[in-house]
Design a protein around this ligand. Structure first.
Ligand code: GLC
Length: 423
């Protein structure tokens, strides 16, 4: 009896003295590759230091399904989610449900993140998320196979097709019939939107919808780009299977040694070089090729932010967790164990990080100038735009209509949806 009263008194005293009492904080933080595990380690380390407990919320791997899941929970004002990991394209879509973090961080703290990411996460003056890791599409290639066939790293997509064919033909003669040329993400999901945007941009065909909201997707360069990739599938440089691949399926093929080239995000680097990986030390990384000599290198901007739900019953602790996970020390750990690109410029000068991920240094331009999906210009309608776009591309890649026809139909749909670009 005595003990209990004393215990209560101690808790009250602690709470009153400003030290938060123990809480269970729930966090949803992804499930592709090592996302879940590495997030869990970080969150639990924080919880241990602060006397809290973590509840990991499982989410679907597919970005779009995740968005629907969060929209449902947040619209229902559910208190089941404290910290939410949000995609770089969702800040506008979810802003109304998220805590304004501006009063919780100093200008100095905020100044340590990449400025464009802070701007991206600021919606109507409200800081809805802290940048956690950034992403851009990059090219993985098999150094050993390119060397064996005396091939250079391709600088245009056309060269990539030729090199892929030279290597796979050569290997076929030697009995290696499983090897394919190029794998990427062409399942009709958000990852195809990312792939197709960088193809079109690399051919000089714009960004589907421009910054002013004008629908630009139906143009000769965009048509050329999509037809080119449809040709890669029909000619067999890319296996037909890519039509069902997202990130992990392509990584599975590449990491088991069965593809010469792969388009993916940086997370695949740490896994490809893991102890048990069949391609360990055989992989190079380069910027994605240009769409022909007149084109440019491109890579779609991806990446994830941490937000706190307005319906969280433990906002202070949830904010502390989001700050800890996006902090320099934790971002460094994540870069070292899982090649997640930091959102803090200073970490790109860290020798250990650069040693573990040499391409963070050599591809800096790719990460700082990645092409953004048109989520700002299309406002609340981005999900619809993205799904119409990837469906049109998916049809073209699978031979249901050509790019000329499909991009024209897409243009009409997007113009109707936006009242001719007014969104
Ligand atoms: C990566 C990117 C994210 C993108 C997703 C698509 O996780 O970081 O921005 O939406 O892939 O699959």
């Amino acid at each position: 009896m005595h003990k209990t009263i004393l215990g209560v008194a101690a808790t009250v005293a602690l709470t009153m003295s400003g030290v938060a009492s123990a809480a269970t904080i729930s966090i949803a933080c992804g499930s592709v590759g090592q996302e879940y595990e590495v997030c869990k380690q970080g969150a639990e380390a924080w919880a241990k230091q602060n006397g809290h407990t973590i509840r990991m919320v499982s989410v679907p791997a597919d970005a779009n399904e995740q968005l629907t899941f969060f929209q449902q929970l947040l619209s229902a004002k559910s208190a089941d989610l404290d910290v939410v990991r949000i995609d770089v394209i969702w800040t506008g879509l979810l802003a109304q449900h998220l805590v304004d973090l501006k009063p919780k961080v100093t200008d100095e703290e905020l100044g340590q993140f990449f400025k464009p990411l802070v701007q991206n996460n600021t919606v109507d003056g409200k800081l809805v998320a802290l940048p956690w890791f950034t992403d851009a599409g990059i090219l993985y290639y098999r150094k050993d196979l390119l060397e064996k066939y005396k091939q250079q790293v391709p600088t245009t997509w056309q060269e990539l097709a030729t090199v892929a064919k030279t290597v796979t033909d050569g290997e076929k003669k030697a009995g290696n019939t499983k090897l394919v040329g190029f794998v990427f993400q062409a399942k009709a999901a958000e990852s195809l939107t990312c792939n197709a945007l960088e193809w079109i941009d690399s051919f000089g065909g714009g960004t589907v919808v421009d910054e002013t909201g004008k629908v630009t997707v139906n143009n000769p360069k965009a048509v050329e780009a999509i037809n080119f990739f449809a040709g890669l599938v029909s000619s067999g440089v890319a296996p037909k299977g890519v039509l069902n691949y997202s990130e992990e399926e392509s990584r599975g093929v590449f990491q088991s040694g069965q593809a010469v080239f792969m388009r993916n995000w940086p997370y695949a680097w740490a896994l490809a070089n893991a102890k048990d990986s069949p391609v360990k030390d055989k992989v190079g990384v380069a910027v994605l090729p240009k769409g022909g000599p007149g084109g440019k290198n491109s890579g779609t901007l991806g990446g994830w932010q941490l937000s706190v739900s307005q319906y969280s019953k433990n906002q202070e602790a949830a904010i502390a967790l989001a700050k800890y996970l996006t902090g320099a020390e934790e971002q460094k750990r994540r870069a070292l164990v899982a090649s997640f690109n930091p959102t803090r410029p200073a970490l790109y000068e860290d020798a250990e990080i650069l040693k573990a991920n040499p391409f963070f240094g050599t591809l800096q331009n790719t990460f700082t100038n990645a092409v953004a999906r048109p989520s700002k210009a299309t406002r609340g309608q981005y999900s619809k735009v993205s799904s119409e776009f990837r469906n049109a591309v998916h049809s073209s890649l699978s031979g249901q209509g050509n790019a000329e026809k499909n991009l024209k139909a897409l243009e009409d749909k997007l113009n109707r949806l936006s009242r001719n670009g007014k969104w």
